[in-house]
Write a protein that binds this ligand. Structure first.
Ligand SMILES: Cc1ncc(COP(=O)(O)O)c(C=O)c1O
Length: 457
Protein backbone atom coordinates (compact mmCIF):
# COMPACT_ATOMS: atom_id res chain seq x y z
CA UNK A 1 0.00 0.00 0.00
CA UNK A 2 1.33 3.44 -0.93
CA UNK A 3 0.84 6.57 1.16
CA UNK A 4 -1.96 7.79 -1.09
CA UNK A 5 -3.80 4.44 -0.65
CA UNK A 6 -3.87 5.00 3.11
CA UNK A 7 -7.40 6.18 4.06
CA UNK A 8 -6.19 7.68 7.38
CA UNK A 9 -3.50 9.88 5.83
CA UNK A 10 -5.41 12.73 4.04
CA UNK A 11 -7.77 13.20 7.02
CA UNK A 12 -4.81 13.90 9.35
CA UNK A 13 -4.12 17.15 7.51
CA UNK A 14 -7.73 18.41 7.98
CA UNK A 15 -8.36 17.40 11.64
CA UNK A 16 -6.27 18.20 14.68
CA UNK A 17 -4.04 15.50 16.17
CA UNK A 18 -6.35 15.41 19.17
CA UNK A 19 -9.40 14.74 17.04
CA UNK A 20 -7.57 12.09 15.11
CA UNK A 21 -6.53 10.38 18.32
CA UNK A 22 -10.09 10.49 19.64
CA UNK A 23 -11.38 8.96 16.40
CA UNK A 24 -8.78 6.18 16.44
CA UNK A 25 -9.46 5.40 20.10
CA UNK A 26 -13.19 5.25 19.39
CA UNK A 27 -12.56 2.78 16.60
CA UNK A 28 -10.09 0.70 18.66
CA UNK A 29 -11.08 1.17 22.32
CA UNK A 30 -8.63 -1.56 23.32
CA UNK A 31 -5.74 0.83 22.56
CA UNK A 32 -6.71 3.08 25.46
CA UNK A 33 -5.61 1.90 28.93
CA UNK A 34 -8.17 2.58 31.67
CA UNK A 35 -6.46 5.92 32.40
CA UNK A 36 -5.68 6.98 28.84
CA UNK A 37 -7.64 9.95 27.58
CA UNK A 38 -6.60 11.82 24.45
CA UNK A 39 -5.27 14.60 26.70
CA UNK A 40 -3.18 12.31 28.85
CA UNK A 41 -1.72 10.72 25.76
CA UNK A 42 -0.23 14.09 24.75
CA UNK A 43 3.34 14.05 26.07
CA UNK A 44 2.97 17.67 27.24
CA UNK A 45 0.06 16.68 29.51
CA UNK A 46 2.07 14.12 31.48
CA UNK A 47 3.11 15.64 34.81
CA UNK A 48 6.83 15.80 35.55
CA UNK A 49 6.16 13.86 38.75
CA UNK A 50 5.65 10.80 36.52
CA UNK A 51 8.90 10.89 34.61
CA UNK A 52 11.45 13.06 36.48
CA UNK A 53 12.88 11.33 39.53
CA UNK A 54 13.57 14.59 41.39
CA UNK A 55 9.84 15.35 41.10
CA UNK A 56 8.66 11.96 42.42
CA UNK A 57 6.49 12.41 45.52
CA UNK A 58 8.68 9.83 47.31
CA UNK A 59 11.83 11.87 46.65
CA UNK A 60 10.15 15.15 47.56
CA UNK A 61 9.17 13.75 50.94
CA UNK A 62 12.80 12.73 51.67
CA UNK A 63 14.08 16.14 50.56
CA UNK A 64 11.52 17.89 52.76
CA UNK A 65 12.54 15.84 55.80
CA UNK A 66 16.21 16.65 55.19
CA UNK A 67 15.41 20.31 54.82
CA UNK A 68 13.43 20.37 58.07
CA UNK A 69 16.25 18.53 59.88
CA UNK A 70 18.75 21.15 58.69
CA UNK A 71 16.46 23.95 59.87
CA UNK A 72 16.47 22.57 63.40
CA UNK A 73 20.21 21.89 63.27
CA UNK A 74 19.88 18.10 63.07
CA UNK A 75 22.26 16.70 60.49
CA UNK A 76 21.47 13.14 59.45
CA UNK A 77 22.69 10.59 62.01
CA UNK A 78 22.73 7.91 59.29
CA UNK A 79 25.39 6.68 56.85
CA UNK A 80 28.24 7.72 59.15
CA UNK A 81 31.67 6.70 57.94
CA UNK A 82 33.52 4.50 60.45
CA UNK A 83 37.30 4.44 60.58
CA UNK A 84 37.69 0.89 61.91
CA UNK A 85 35.82 -2.25 63.05
CA UNK A 86 32.67 -1.35 64.96
CA UNK A 87 32.74 -3.21 68.29
CA UNK A 88 31.83 -1.98 71.80
CA UNK A 89 33.46 1.21 70.61
CA UNK A 90 33.63 2.69 67.12
CA UNK A 91 35.82 5.41 65.64
CA UNK A 92 33.87 7.88 63.49
CA UNK A 93 35.56 10.91 61.96
CA UNK A 94 38.65 10.27 64.10
CA UNK A 95 36.71 10.27 67.40
CA UNK A 96 35.97 7.24 69.60
CA UNK A 97 32.38 6.48 70.62
CA UNK A 98 30.74 3.88 72.85
CA UNK A 99 28.92 2.04 70.11
CA UNK A 100 25.34 0.71 70.10
CA UNK A 101 24.74 1.08 66.38
CA UNK A 102 25.98 -2.28 65.08
CA UNK A 103 24.85 -5.83 65.74
CA UNK A 104 28.21 -7.39 66.46
CA UNK A 105 26.45 -9.30 69.26
CA UNK A 106 29.22 -11.73 70.24
CA UNK A 107 32.06 -9.42 69.19
CA UNK A 108 33.08 -11.83 66.44
CA UNK A 109 33.39 -9.29 63.65
CA UNK A 110 37.08 -8.46 63.78
CA UNK A 111 38.04 -11.56 65.77
CA UNK A 112 41.47 -12.61 64.40
CA UNK A 113 40.31 -16.24 63.97
CA UNK A 114 37.33 -15.13 61.88
CA UNK A 115 39.57 -12.84 59.81
CA UNK A 116 42.05 -15.65 59.28
CA UNK A 117 39.35 -18.07 58.10
CA UNK A 118 38.14 -15.46 55.60
CA UNK A 119 41.73 -14.79 54.52
CA UNK A 120 42.51 -18.46 53.88
CA UNK A 121 39.26 -18.94 51.92
CA UNK A 122 40.05 -15.84 49.87
CA UNK A 123 43.53 -17.12 48.99
CA UNK A 124 42.07 -20.46 47.91
CA UNK A 125 38.79 -19.46 46.22
CA UNK A 126 39.03 -15.71 45.56
CA UNK A 127 36.59 -13.06 46.70
CA UNK A 128 33.55 -14.10 44.67
CA UNK A 129 31.56 -17.20 43.79
CA UNK A 130 31.44 -15.55 40.35
CA UNK A 131 27.93 -16.78 39.48
CA UNK A 132 24.95 -18.61 40.88
CA UNK A 133 25.95 -21.81 42.69
CA UNK A 134 23.77 -23.70 40.22
CA UNK A 135 26.10 -22.87 37.35
CA UNK A 136 29.39 -21.82 38.94
CA UNK A 137 29.37 -24.68 41.43
CA UNK A 138 29.90 -24.65 45.17
CA UNK A 139 32.99 -24.20 47.30
CA UNK A 140 33.64 -26.23 50.46
CA UNK A 141 32.82 -23.28 52.80
CA UNK A 142 29.26 -23.15 51.37
CA UNK A 143 28.52 -26.73 52.26
CA UNK A 144 30.37 -26.73 55.57
CA UNK A 145 28.54 -23.59 56.68
CA UNK A 146 25.15 -25.05 55.76
CA UNK A 147 25.92 -28.30 57.60
CA UNK A 148 26.95 -26.35 60.69
CA UNK A 149 23.83 -24.16 60.59
CA UNK A 150 21.63 -27.26 60.40
CA UNK A 151 23.55 -28.86 63.28
CA UNK A 152 23.15 -25.74 65.48
CA UNK A 153 19.40 -25.63 64.84
CA UNK A 154 18.93 -29.41 65.11
CA UNK A 155 17.47 -29.60 61.60
CA UNK A 156 18.24 -31.90 58.65
CA UNK A 157 19.36 -29.29 56.08
CA UNK A 158 20.09 -25.60 55.43
CA UNK A 159 20.56 -23.21 52.52
CA UNK A 160 22.35 -19.84 52.48
CA UNK A 161 21.44 -16.76 50.44
CA UNK A 162 23.57 -13.67 49.73
CA UNK A 163 21.31 -11.32 51.70
CA UNK A 164 19.26 -11.80 54.85
CA UNK A 165 16.53 -9.56 53.47
CA UNK A 166 16.43 -11.47 50.19
CA UNK A 167 16.26 -14.75 52.14
CA UNK A 168 12.87 -13.81 53.58
CA UNK A 169 11.59 -12.23 50.37
CA UNK A 170 12.57 -15.18 48.24
CA UNK A 171 11.55 -17.93 50.65
CA UNK A 172 8.07 -16.57 51.38
CA UNK A 173 7.64 -15.55 47.74
CA UNK A 174 8.49 -19.09 46.65
CA UNK A 175 6.50 -21.09 49.17
CA UNK A 176 3.21 -19.18 49.12
CA UNK A 177 0.83 -18.19 46.34
CA UNK A 178 -2.46 -16.44 45.69
CA UNK A 179 -4.67 -19.12 47.25
CA UNK A 180 -2.71 -18.90 50.51
CA UNK A 181 -2.72 -16.77 53.65
CA UNK A 182 0.14 -15.18 55.59
CA UNK A 183 -0.51 -14.24 59.20
CA UNK A 184 2.23 -12.21 60.79
CA UNK A 185 2.99 -10.34 63.98
CA UNK A 186 2.24 -6.64 63.52
CA UNK A 187 5.90 -5.82 64.27
CA UNK A 188 7.46 -8.26 61.81
CA UNK A 189 10.50 -7.18 59.77
CA UNK A 190 10.08 -5.49 56.39
CA UNK A 191 11.71 -8.44 54.56
CA UNK A 192 8.86 -10.76 55.55
CA UNK A 193 6.29 -8.20 54.42
CA UNK A 194 8.05 -7.88 51.06
CA UNK A 195 8.04 -11.68 50.74
CA UNK A 196 4.31 -11.70 51.42
CA UNK A 197 3.76 -9.08 48.70
CA UNK A 198 5.81 -11.05 46.20
CA UNK A 199 3.90 -14.26 46.96
CA UNK A 200 0.52 -12.74 46.08
CA UNK A 201 -0.98 -14.45 49.14
CA UNK A 202 -3.49 -12.67 51.34
CA UNK A 203 -1.85 -11.09 54.35
CA UNK A 204 -3.23 -10.31 57.76
CA UNK A 205 -1.30 -8.95 60.75
CA UNK A 206 -2.14 -9.96 64.33
CA UNK A 207 -1.38 -7.89 67.43
CA UNK A 208 2.13 -8.19 68.80
CA UNK A 209 2.63 -11.63 70.43
CA UNK A 210 -1.15 -12.15 70.54
CA UNK A 211 -1.43 -15.93 70.30
CA UNK A 212 -5.10 -15.89 71.27
CA UNK A 213 -5.92 -13.36 68.53
CA UNK A 214 -4.04 -15.51 66.03
CA UNK A 215 -5.99 -18.58 67.14
CA UNK A 216 -9.27 -16.71 66.59
CA UNK A 217 -8.17 -15.50 63.16
CA UNK A 218 -7.31 -19.04 62.16
CA UNK A 219 -10.57 -20.43 63.52
CA UNK A 220 -12.44 -17.95 61.33
CA UNK A 221 -10.32 -18.15 58.18
CA UNK A 222 -8.25 -21.34 57.95
CA UNK A 223 -10.64 -23.24 55.71
CA UNK A 224 -10.81 -20.49 53.10
CA UNK A 225 -7.16 -20.97 52.14
CA UNK A 226 -4.83 -23.69 51.02
CA UNK A 227 -1.47 -23.06 52.78
CA UNK A 228 -1.27 -20.76 55.79
CA UNK A 229 2.04 -19.37 57.03
CA UNK A 230 2.55 -17.76 60.45
CA UNK A 231 5.57 -15.42 60.69
CA UNK A 232 7.23 -14.35 63.95
CA UNK A 233 10.72 -13.30 65.10
CA UNK A 234 12.95 -14.86 67.79
CA UNK A 235 13.90 -11.47 69.26
CA UNK A 236 11.99 -8.56 67.74
CA UNK A 237 14.44 -6.30 65.92
CA UNK A 238 12.88 -2.99 66.99
CA UNK A 239 11.52 -4.04 70.37
CA UNK A 240 13.92 -6.57 71.85
CA UNK A 241 11.29 -8.98 73.17
CA UNK A 242 10.76 -12.70 72.75
CA UNK A 243 7.49 -14.32 71.60
CA UNK A 244 5.96 -17.31 73.47
CA UNK A 245 7.16 -19.83 70.89
CA UNK A 246 5.61 -22.98 72.46
CA UNK A 247 2.17 -21.32 72.33
CA UNK A 248 2.66 -20.35 68.69
CA UNK A 249 3.66 -23.93 67.89
CA UNK A 250 0.45 -25.25 69.51
CA UNK A 251 -1.74 -22.87 67.50
CA UNK A 252 0.10 -23.63 64.24
CA UNK A 253 -0.33 -27.36 64.80
CA UNK A 254 -3.98 -27.04 65.83
CA UNK A 255 -4.82 -25.27 62.55
CA UNK A 256 -2.39 -27.14 60.30
CA UNK A 257 -0.51 -23.95 59.49
CA UNK A 258 3.21 -23.55 58.77
CA UNK A 259 5.32 -21.64 61.30
CA UNK A 260 8.33 -19.51 60.30
CA UNK A 261 10.69 -17.98 62.89
CA UNK A 262 13.21 -15.28 61.97
CA UNK A 263 16.22 -15.68 64.25
CA UNK A 264 18.13 -12.63 62.96
CA UNK A 265 18.49 -11.13 66.44
CA UNK A 266 18.15 -14.28 68.57
CA UNK A 267 20.95 -16.47 67.22
CA UNK A 268 23.83 -15.91 69.63
CA UNK A 269 21.53 -14.06 72.02
CA UNK A 270 19.07 -16.68 73.28
CA UNK A 271 19.63 -20.15 74.72
CA UNK A 272 22.50 -21.37 76.89
CA UNK A 273 24.73 -21.95 73.87
CA UNK A 274 23.29 -19.11 71.77
CA UNK A 275 21.37 -21.48 69.51
CA UNK A 276 18.39 -19.18 69.50
CA UNK A 277 14.77 -19.20 70.59
CA UNK A 278 14.42 -22.95 69.99
CA UNK A 279 17.09 -23.66 72.57
CA UNK A 280 15.71 -20.94 74.89
CA UNK A 281 12.32 -22.72 75.12
CA UNK A 282 13.65 -26.26 74.59
CA UNK A 283 11.24 -26.93 71.71
CA UNK A 284 11.54 -29.75 69.21
CA UNK A 285 13.21 -28.09 66.17
CA UNK A 286 10.90 -30.02 63.85
CA UNK A 287 7.92 -28.15 65.34
CA UNK A 288 8.96 -25.01 63.48
CA UNK A 289 8.65 -25.53 59.72
CA UNK A 290 10.98 -22.75 58.60
CA UNK A 291 13.87 -21.41 60.67
CA UNK A 292 15.43 -18.31 59.18
CA UNK A 293 18.56 -16.47 60.28
CA UNK A 294 21.07 -13.91 59.10
CA UNK A 295 24.85 -14.05 58.86
CA UNK A 296 25.19 -10.29 59.28
CA UNK A 297 24.66 -10.12 63.03
CA UNK A 298 26.15 -12.70 65.41
CA UNK A 299 27.94 -14.45 62.53
CA UNK A 300 30.14 -11.55 61.40
CA UNK A 301 29.29 -12.00 57.73
CA UNK A 302 26.65 -11.05 55.23
CA UNK A 303 23.71 -13.08 53.95
CA UNK A 304 20.91 -15.19 55.31
CA UNK A 305 19.86 -18.81 55.71
CA UNK A 306 16.86 -21.07 55.87
CA UNK A 307 17.01 -24.32 57.78
CA UNK A 308 14.40 -27.04 58.21
CA UNK A 309 13.38 -30.29 56.55
CA UNK A 310 15.25 -31.78 53.59
CA UNK A 311 12.11 -31.22 51.47
CA UNK A 312 12.02 -27.50 52.33
CA UNK A 313 15.68 -27.04 51.44
CA UNK A 314 15.40 -29.05 48.23
CA UNK A 315 12.35 -27.02 47.16
CA UNK A 316 14.14 -23.70 47.80
CA UNK A 317 17.38 -24.86 46.22
CA UNK A 318 15.54 -25.71 43.02
CA UNK A 319 13.01 -22.90 42.85
CA UNK A 320 13.78 -19.87 45.05
CA UNK A 321 14.64 -17.13 42.56
CA UNK A 322 16.77 -15.21 45.10
CA UNK A 323 18.98 -18.30 45.33
CA UNK A 324 18.88 -19.65 41.76
CA UNK A 325 19.27 -16.35 39.93
CA UNK A 326 21.67 -14.70 42.34
CA UNK A 327 25.38 -15.20 42.88
CA UNK A 328 26.53 -17.64 45.56
CA UNK A 329 27.89 -16.22 48.79
CA UNK A 330 31.53 -15.08 48.56
CA UNK A 331 33.60 -18.00 49.91
CA UNK A 332 35.52 -15.78 52.41
CA UNK A 333 32.21 -14.64 53.95
CA UNK A 334 30.93 -18.22 54.20
CA UNK A 335 34.23 -19.22 55.86
CA UNK A 336 34.02 -16.25 58.27
CA UNK A 337 30.49 -17.11 59.38
CA UNK A 338 31.42 -20.78 59.75
CA UNK A 339 34.34 -19.83 62.00
CA UNK A 340 32.06 -17.50 63.99
CA UNK A 341 29.64 -20.39 64.60
CA UNK A 342 32.50 -22.61 65.74
CA UNK A 343 33.72 -19.95 68.17
CA UNK A 344 30.17 -19.45 69.49
CA UNK A 345 30.12 -23.18 70.27
CA UNK A 346 33.54 -23.22 71.90
CA UNK A 347 33.05 -20.01 73.91
CA UNK A 348 29.56 -20.00 75.42
CA UNK A 349 30.80 -17.38 77.90
CA UNK A 350 30.29 -14.81 75.12
CA UNK A 351 26.61 -15.73 74.98
CA UNK A 352 26.32 -15.51 78.78
CA UNK A 353 28.00 -12.09 78.81
CA UNK A 354 25.65 -10.78 76.11
CA UNK A 355 22.67 -12.06 78.13
CA UNK A 356 23.99 -10.43 81.34
CA UNK A 357 24.55 -7.16 79.48
CA UNK A 358 21.05 -7.28 78.00
CA UNK A 359 19.47 -7.83 81.40
CA UNK A 360 21.60 -5.15 83.09
CA UNK A 361 20.88 -2.51 80.47
CA UNK A 362 17.13 -3.12 80.75
CA UNK A 363 17.23 -2.95 84.58
CA UNK A 364 19.22 0.28 84.48
CA UNK A 365 16.85 1.87 81.97
CA UNK A 366 13.80 0.88 83.99
CA UNK A 367 15.38 2.20 87.19
CA UNK A 368 15.80 5.56 85.43
CA UNK A 369 12.12 5.52 84.48
CA UNK A 370 12.87 5.26 80.75
CA UNK A 371 10.22 3.74 78.48
CA UNK A 372 11.64 0.44 77.20
CA UNK A 373 8.44 -0.73 75.51
CA UNK A 374 8.13 -4.50 75.23
CA UNK A 375 11.85 -5.18 75.83
CA UNK A 376 12.75 -8.24 77.87
CA UNK A 377 16.50 -7.65 78.25
CA UNK A 378 18.06 -9.29 75.23
CA UNK A 379 20.30 -8.18 72.36
CA UNK A 380 18.16 -5.14 71.46
CA UNK A 381 16.97 -2.37 73.77
CA UNK A 382 14.60 0.38 72.60
CA UNK A 383 14.26 3.62 74.54
CA UNK A 384 11.04 5.16 73.40
CA UNK A 385 10.91 8.93 73.16
CA UNK A 386 7.41 9.13 71.66
CA UNK A 387 8.48 11.66 69.01
CA UNK A 388 10.80 11.44 66.02
CA UNK A 389 12.17 14.89 66.76
CA UNK A 390 13.03 14.08 70.35
CA UNK A 391 14.62 10.80 69.24
CA UNK A 392 16.79 12.67 66.71
CA UNK A 393 17.76 15.37 69.24
CA UNK A 394 18.57 12.83 71.95
CA UNK A 395 20.67 10.76 69.57
CA UNK A 396 22.56 13.88 68.50
CA UNK A 397 23.16 14.98 72.11
CA UNK A 398 24.49 11.52 73.01
CA UNK A 399 26.68 11.50 69.93
CA UNK A 400 28.23 14.81 70.94
CA UNK A 401 29.13 13.14 74.25
CA UNK A 402 30.73 10.13 72.57
CA UNK A 403 27.81 7.64 72.52
CA UNK A 404 26.56 6.27 69.21
CA UNK A 405 22.88 5.24 69.47
CA UNK A 406 21.00 5.92 66.21
CA UNK A 407 17.36 7.02 66.32
CA UNK A 408 14.54 5.01 64.75
CA UNK A 409 11.95 7.47 63.58
CA UNK A 410 8.76 7.61 61.55
CA UNK A 411 8.09 5.97 59.06
CA UNK A 412 10.35 3.06 60.22
CA UNK A 413 8.14 2.97 63.35
CA UNK A 414 4.92 4.76 64.25
CA UNK A 415 5.53 8.35 65.40
CA UNK A 416 4.20 7.68 68.92
CA UNK A 417 6.84 4.97 69.42
CA UNK A 418 9.85 6.74 67.84
CA UNK A 419 12.92 5.65 69.75
CA UNK A 420 16.62 5.18 70.15
CA UNK A 421 17.63 1.59 69.54
CA UNK A 422 20.63 0.09 71.29
CA UNK A 423 22.28 -3.05 69.95
CA UNK A 424 24.10 -4.66 72.86
CA UNK A 425 27.31 -6.65 72.54
CA UNK A 426 29.11 -9.17 74.73
CA UNK A 427 32.06 -6.77 74.53
CA UNK A 428 30.31 -3.89 76.32
CA UNK A 429 31.58 -3.30 79.85
CA UNK A 430 29.30 -2.65 82.81
CA UNK A 431 30.77 0.83 83.05
CA UNK A 432 29.89 1.61 79.41
CA UNK A 433 26.30 0.47 79.98
CA UNK A 434 25.87 2.40 83.24
CA UNK A 435 27.34 5.60 81.78
CA UNK A 436 25.19 5.32 78.64
CA UNK A 437 21.90 4.82 80.46
CA UNK A 438 22.65 7.54 83.01
CA UNK A 439 23.42 10.10 80.28
CA UNK A 440 20.47 8.97 78.16
CA UNK A 441 18.08 9.58 81.05
CA UNK A 442 19.63 12.94 81.96
CA UNK A 443 19.66 14.22 78.39
CA UNK A 444 16.14 12.97 77.74
CA UNK A 445 14.87 14.97 80.75
CA UNK A 446 16.80 18.07 79.67
CA UNK A 447 15.67 17.94 76.03
CA UNK A 448 12.05 17.23 76.90
CA UNK A 449 12.01 20.53 78.79
CA UNK A 450 14.09 22.68 76.41
CA UNK A 451 12.64 24.38 73.32
CA UNK A 452 13.88 23.57 69.87
CA UNK A 453 16.48 25.95 68.41
CA UNK A 454 15.31 26.80 64.87
CA UNK A 455 17.91 27.95 62.31
CA UNK A 456 17.07 30.89 60.08
CA UNK A 457 16.97 30.52 56.31
C1 LIG B 1 14.40 -9.55 61.75
C2 LIG B 1 15.26 -9.32 60.55
N1 LIG B 1 15.17 -10.17 59.51
C3 LIG B 1 15.92 -9.99 58.40
C4 LIG B 1 16.80 -8.96 58.30
C5 LIG B 1 17.62 -8.77 57.04
O1 LIG B 1 18.91 -9.20 57.27
P1 LIG B 1 20.21 -8.58 56.54
O2 LIG B 1 20.41 -7.21 57.14
O3 LIG B 1 21.27 -9.51 56.93
O4 LIG B 1 19.91 -8.52 55.10
C6 LIG B 1 16.94 -8.06 59.35
C7 LIG B 1 17.90 -6.94 59.25
O5 LIG B 1 18.31 -6.34 60.16
C8 LIG B 1 16.14 -8.25 60.52
O6 LIG B 1 16.23 -7.40 61.54
Amino acid sequence: MTQSDNPEKPRLSRESKEEALRRILKKHPGLAGSEATPDAAQPAAIPEAYYRIEKFAEYQSIALQQDLARKVDLESPYFLEHDRIARDTAVIGGKEYINFGTYNYLDLNGDPRVNEAAHQAMLKYGTSASASRLVSGERPPHRELEEKIAEIHGTPAALTFVSGHATNVSTIGTLLGKRDLILHDRLIHNSMLQGALLSGAQRQPFEHNDVKGLDELLTRSRRKFEKVLICIEGVYSMDGDVPPLPDFIKVAQKHKALLMVDEAHSLGALGKRGRGIGEHFGVNPADVDIWMGTLSKTLAGCGGYITGSAALISLLKHSASGFLYSVGMPPPIAAASLEALRIMEREPERVQKLQENGRLMLELAKAEGLNTGHATGSSVLPIITGSSLLAARLSKALFEEGINAPPIIYPAVEERVARLRFFISSAHSEEQLRHTIRRTAELMRKLSESPLPVQKG
